[in-house]
Design a protein around this ligand. Structure first.
Ligand SMILES: Nc1nc2c(c(=O)[nH]1)N[C@H]1C(S)=C(S)[C@@H](COP(=O)(O)OP(=O)(O)OC[C@H]3O[C@@H](n4cnc5c(=O)[nH]c(N)nc54)[C@H](O)[C@@H]3O)O[C@H]1N2
Ligand SMILES: Nc1nc2c(c(=O)[nH]1)N[C@H]1C(S)=C(S)[C@@H](COP(=O)(O)OP(=O)(O)OC[C@H]3O[C@@H](n4cnc5c(=O)[nH]c(N)nc54)[C@H](O)[C@@H]3O)O[C@H]1N2
Ligand code: SF4
Ligand SMILES: [Mo]
Length: 705
């Protein structure tokens, strides 16, 4: 730790901002890396945001996006004052108003709706910031109100539910141990784009002799740099896992003593795997039999073997079951015995968080009236349908940390929903996004450089603190400060609705948990970050956080809900296999993974990053392009019954035949025809976790009419 840090933090803890300092921060974005930041402040202005050199996982490196965070923060497009809509919804025409006017108007409106039915009010928020304070504190306000609950399913809930029923929680390997793995399977993950700091570790492992295999329908930048690439058909990962399990068993590559001691239901699992012969698996997955056999041989013989599973493989109908099967693989070969063996999808379950202390469900009035009565739940992945439903219609929606107009599936319906004249919409934003255009009242939010927060991570095991480096730009206010003020205007007096940011952060964690090894918030603020004290190989002797303490191939909890207790392969909703008639009209599968220089729809408005991405592209296999008489650089329409978007055609054999890739997630208003990839995606939900199935989507591509 250098002297500059010490000086800056001393001033910070005093509650004042330093004019010249290096201030410790945390990247707020929805990214597994949760980098520790250092903001260099000169004369009260951040001149540089860099990665902390001391923080082991950040190691002084930031991605291109966040190294431009100062450009984003000081952008001329920042919202600087509250505004009221004057044009029609969606037109994006507003006039400035004062904070008092804005907040009074919101409070009056919410009070009058709540007097009739508080559940007609819906908070819509996701991971614009992952911070405990600016992300979760506002929920106290909505709990006190008795508003509808939001089912947060747009990203990871299929996979996390798969983990829950198999390993017991979102737990796994320490990402820092991958350097010692000898086999790394990068499964449904484009790490170079979306998990950069893991990629550095995988490359170090490669230099030390590890073999890297990517399983991905598209030859992503990551797959391109692995020793092997298995270009699986989207949505068929569960079949591949079954094929591997069958092979492991046939060849005696199982660790029977680990299986006997630390798993439940392996015989039933093997029985189910029996029908996944090499021939059938190859047929389902659209790959060769030898690829499956060789994957199983490597996995059964190279030790220690590690899987970096990521969320790209669970955005399909069978995503939850696929995650269940893949999470079960390491136990079959006893990989958990070694610190560099096992798997990692998310590490968030390792943190001793206190969700009830943070969001305070005890404030919910319905629950207070009757212990079994909760407000209704609205699934964020079907917000389009939810806003259009007439039965107990949603009358007000308050959006923060999210941009549903761009990121939610089946945009035509989302847009119609937000266009409802009778819907009262508040959007709290840093920029005038697609969603902001539909606001009745638009409020300016601070960025990570302007507020305090505390972060856990879903990719590593560090808690990271974010100190404010500068005062808010314009009259922007943090989410926490806005909801404190609104609570006052609602006439409420519960002390927890008015806590300051540091007190809120205090409530987010069980500080006495042994994993914190005596760390308190004050010391954490001095240090900037701390690593959880967890065994290097926590599951070497079993002790999984499931009810049985074992890896549950068979889940009694699923059986109790009337669901299949064993994982299975479920064909995609839209595919030649399950919907041949639809596939005849729309023969191409489309996936829409993130563009490297955007973060979901964040950064799309940062000119320098948008220039690198160019425009919305559509990557297509040469045979598919030839068949359609399309050539490189054509303007094409990607379409199905739900809508169409325009894209610039790029022809490449990096994609499979029958698969097109449209990188996301552009702001609708910055695209070629006002539509992004979600014009064609649908609102059907995954098998487990009720998640969006963005990558389960059939389309046709042609020249626009
Ligand atoms: N640069 C950048 N980084 C990001 C983001 C971003 O937008 N941009 N978003 C962040 C967020 S919110 C998240 S959730 C993560 C997402 O990052 P990941 O968890 O890595 O998931 P995706 O990027 O959706 O998909 C990863 C890979 O899975 C492949 N894939 C698609 N369908 C399938 C399938 O059926 N099976 C298999 N095996 N592979 C498939 C895709 O081609 C893609 O290359 O990244 C985070 N980091
Ligand atoms: N087709 C397709 N669609 C997808 C995906 C895909 O791969 N393909 N990926 C899905 C995934 S994985 C995810 S996670 C979702 C992401 O969906 P979202 O979580 O909605 O992510 P963003 O689009 O980045 O929007 C976050 C917004 O929060 C704002 N924000 C940031 N910090 C703050 C703050 O402190 N206060 C306030 N009030 N606002 C703030 C940002 O300016 C930004 O506009 O998208 C999903 N949509
Ligand atoms: S987006 Fe990810 S890689 Fe980039 S700075 Fe943030 S945490 Fe690090
Ligand atoms: Mo996500």
């Amino acid at each position: 730790m250098n002297q500059g840090h010490d000086v800056a933090i001393a001033v910070q803890l005093d509650g004042k901002l330093a004019l010249d300092a290096e201030v410790k921060g945390a990247c707020p974005h929805d990214c597994p890396d949760t980098c520790a930041l250092v903001s260099t402040v000169a004369s009260g202005r951040v001149v540089k945001v860099s990665g902390s050199k001391d923080h082991p996982s950040t190691a002084g490196v930031l991605c291109t996006k966040v190294s431009r965070y100062a450009e984003r923060t000081y952008s001329a497009d920042r919202l600087k004052t509250p505004m009221r809509r004057i044009g029609p919804k969606g037109s994006g025409r507003f006039v400035p108003i004062s904070w008092d006017e804005a907040l009074d108007e919101i409070a009056i409106k919410l009070k009058s709706i709540a007097a009739r039915d508080p559940e007609a009010i819906l908070p819509y928020n996701y991971a614009g910031t992952m911070g405990y304070v600016q992300g979760e504190f506002p929920q106290r306000f909505f709990h006190k109100l008795g508003a509808s609950l939001l089912d947060k399913t747009i990203c990871a809930s299929a996979g996390s539910t798969g983990l829950l029923y198999t390993l017991g929680a979102s737990v796994g390997m320490d990402v820092e141990r991958f350097v010692d793995s000898k086999l790394i399977i990068i499964w449904g993950s484009n790490a170079i784009a979306s998990n950069l700091h893991f990629w550095s570790l995988a490359q170090e492992a490669k230099r030390r002799g590890a073999k890297l295999i990517a399983i991905d329908p598209f030859k992503s930048d990551t797959a391109l740099k692995c020793h092997e690439h298995i270009a699986i058909r989207p949505g068929t990962d569960a079949a591949l896992a079954f094929g591997v399990i069958r092979e492991l068993r046939q060849h005696g590559w199982l660790d029977q003593s680990y299986i006997d001691r630390h798993t439940l239901g392996s015989d039933l699992l093997f029985e189910r795997a029996q029908s996944f012969t090499l021939e059938r698996t190859a047929e389902i997955c659209g790959i060769s039999e030898s690829q499956i056999a060789s994957l199983a041989r490597d996995y059964g013989s190279i030790k220690p073997a590690a899987i970096r599973l990521n969320y790209g493989m669970q955005r399909v109908r069978g995503g939850g079951n696929a995650a269940r099967l893949i999470a079960g693989l390491p136990a079959l070969i006893g990989a958990w015995r070694h610190p560099a063996g096992g798997m990692l999808l998310s590490s968030s379950g390792h943190f001793p968080g206190n969700p009830a202390g943070l969001s305070r469900p005890d404030l919910i009035p319905q629950l207070r009236a009757s212990p079994s009565r909760l407000p209704r739940t609205i699934n964020m992945s079907t917000i389009g349908d939810a806003l259009l439903q007439t039965d107990q219609a949603i009358e007000a929606v308050i959006v923060y940390n999210a941009n549903p107009l761009a990121v939610a599936p089946e945009s035509a319906k989302v847009r119609s929903g937000f266009a409802r004249e009778d819907l009262f919409t508040v959007v709290i934003e840093q920029f005038q996004t697609d969603t902001a255009d539909y606001a009745d009242i638009l409020l300016p939010a601070t960025t990570q450089l302007e507020h305090f927060d505390l972060h856990k991570s879903y990719g590593h095991r560090y808690l990271v603190v974010n100190e404010a480096a500068i005062s808010p730009i314009g009259s922007a206010r943090s989410n926490a400060s806005i909801f404190r003020d609104l609570a006052k205007r609602m006439g409420w007096d519960e002390a927890c609705l008015f806590e300051d940011d540091v007190t809120i952060a205090q409530s987010a964690i069980h500080w006495s948990d042994p994993r914190l090894a005596g760390m308190d918030l004050q010391s954490l603020r001095q240090q900037g970050w701390c690593k959880l004290a967890i065994d290097d190989a926590p599951f070497a002797q079993g002790h999984f956080p499931t009810p049985s303490g074992k890896v549950e191939f068979y889940s009694q909890r699923l059986a109790d809900q009337g669901l299949d207790p064993l994982p299975d392969y479920l064909a995609p909703y839209e595919s030649a296999e399950s919907t041949p008639e639809l596939a005849a009209r729309y023969p191409l599968a489309m996936i829409s993974p993130p563009a490297r220089n955007f973060l979901n729809s964040s950064f799309v408005n940062v000119q320098s990053l948008r220039s690198i991405e160019g425009e919305q592209t559509c990557v297509m296999h040469p045979d598919d392009a030839f068949e359609r008489k399309l050539v490189e650089g054509d303007l094409v329409s990607i379409h199905n019954d739900r809508g169409s978007l325009h894209a610039r055609l790029h022809i490449s054999d990096r994609t499979r035949q029958g698969l097109v890739v449209g990188f996301g997630i552009w702001w609708q208003k910055l695209t070629l025809n006002g539509n992004n990839v979600n014009a064609v995606t649908h609102q059907r939900l995954t098998d487990l976790g009720r998640a969006a199935s963005f990558y389960d989507c059939l389309v046709e591509v042609s020249r626009p009419d």
